[in-house]
Design a protein around this ligand. Structure first.
Ligand SMILES: *Cc1c(COP(=O)(O)O)cnc(C)c1O
Length: 400
């Protein structure tokens, strides 16, 4: 079938919940994607910040194939070797103490919210605890995750949400303080807001929140689903802030393409929140998914992926800054590591379409922001190629 025929078939059979780009990708190779017609694209989107190692990183495919030959699934009624290894390695890289494996980001948020409520419940037996989340946040599409997502547009048609969620302003400490009372059990935010427009938490905000949480025994939950796993130049972004969350969520790049996530917590929360019978999942921590995590952790350590991100980031920033200086409609660049945004004064949809025509996969964050979340293994030559293609697309948009 042709690309057009596949797309027509998809539009008849799949529920129309996405306005997709008119492309069917066929295979990937390193930093490049190929569509069914053989057209080559430089991938600066990485499947929403998932393909941290690009496509077919040496050793990754083999580890998965090997696990398929051994054992794919057992359920959590038993132990399995890949889950034990993945948990040990993830603990080491994260500095957290207890791991619960999930299948997605949203499920990681669900688990984190349940753990926070249970922690508070075990302290005072009340069932009216409140959670503070941030405006413009994004935490996923299930009811719990949607309830803490600070964008009314995503929530409106699905009300009522889970109760007792309040929204404060990201990096606005006074707005958080104004919402805190004796029912507050957790404060949740993304260390770097992704979908909301690439806004990193400020150091002062992070430190102040940590202080308040310590004083009042409120749990700090950091969502690292998009910004985690090396993207910002540390394994988890919060590791650059000199604080530690009580609970954190991770997914997207954790398995580098295999659907998997996790929520992690400190020993203190682990001992005083979810107990046997409180939470579960059929697939979470399955041997195939954990073989992927385990191999990804090995590669990050052996090949110093985080060090590479630190090395390549200034080059990307410099080149993006040059574009920002060149085009009036680019307002500013912001971000952390290989999670960058260019905020424009115009909608970026047409720019992204021009990029695709030039063979560059790029995505937006909101209407006006170009988002850069490439595989972490990019080299300067890929930055140059991306800038050249983006520059051409921007010039076309400037003319229009
Ligand atoms: C993508 C994302 C989620 C949701 O993850 P899913 O795997 O799509 O459920 C949650 N939080 C953040 C910050 C994300 O970027």
């Amino acid at each position: 079938m042709s690309m057009k025929e596949y797309i027509d078939s998809a539009e008849k059979d799949l529920l129309h919940t996405y306005n997709r780009y008119q492309i069917v990708f066929d295979h990937g190779d390193g930093l490049y994607l190929y569509d069914l017609d053989g057209k080559k694209y430089l991938d600066f989107f990485a499947g929403i910040a998932v393909f941290a190692l690009g496509h077919h990183y040496p050793g990754y495919d083999e580890a998965l194939k090997d696990q398929i030959d051994h054992l794919i699934h057992t359920s959590n009624y038993y132990y399995n070797v890949p889950a034990v290894e993945a948990a040990r390695k993830l603990k080491k890289l994260s500095g957290m103490d207890r791991v619960f494996f999930t299948n997605s980001g949203a499920e990681s948020i669900e688990g984190a919210l349940k753990a926070a409520r249970k922690y508070a419940f075990r302290k005072d037996g009340r069932t009216d605890h409140e959670i503070i989340a941030m405006n413009h946040s994004f935490h996923g599409r299930t009811f719990g995750a949607l309830s803490v997502t600070g964008n009314a547009h995503y929530r409106e048609a699905f009300e009522p949400m889970i109760g007792n969620i309040k929204f404060a302003g990201m990096n606005d400490i006074e707005s958080v303080k104004a919402l805190i009372n004796d029912k507050t059990c957790a404060i949740l935010f993304e260390t770097v807001q992704g979908e909301g427009g690439i806004y990193p938490a400020t150091k002062e905000f992070m430190e102040e929140i940590r202080k308040i949480c310590d004083e009042k025994d409120i749990l700090l939950i950091l969502d690292e689903i998009q910004c985690g796993v090396g993207r910002t130049g540390s394994f988890y972004a919060w590791q650059q802030y000199g604080v530690r969350p009580d609970i954190m969520t991770t997914a997207k790049a954790l398995g580098c393409g295999v659907p998997v996530g996790a929520f992690l917590m400190t020993e203190k929360v682990g001992q005083a929140s979810l107990e046997a019978g409180d939470h579960g999942t059929t697939y979470g921590g399955n041997p195939l998914a954990c073989a992927a995590i385990s191999k990804v952790m090995d590669i990050f350590e052996a090949d110093d992926i985080v060090g590479h991100v630190q090395k390549i980031t200034p080059y990307l920033e410099e080149k993006l800054d040059a574009l920002a200086a060149k085009y009036d409609f680019i307002k500013e660049r912001r971000g952390l590591g290989l999670m960058q945004g260019l905020e424009c004064t115009i909608p970026v949809g047409p720019i992204i379409n021009h990029c695709l025509e030039h063979g560059l996969v790029l995505i937006n964050a909101g209407t006006n922001i170009l988002r850069f979340v490439p595989p972490l293994v990019i080299e300067k030559e890929h930055v140059d190629e991306m800038i050249e293609k983006l520059d051409a697309a921007l010039a076309e948009s400037a003319e229009a």
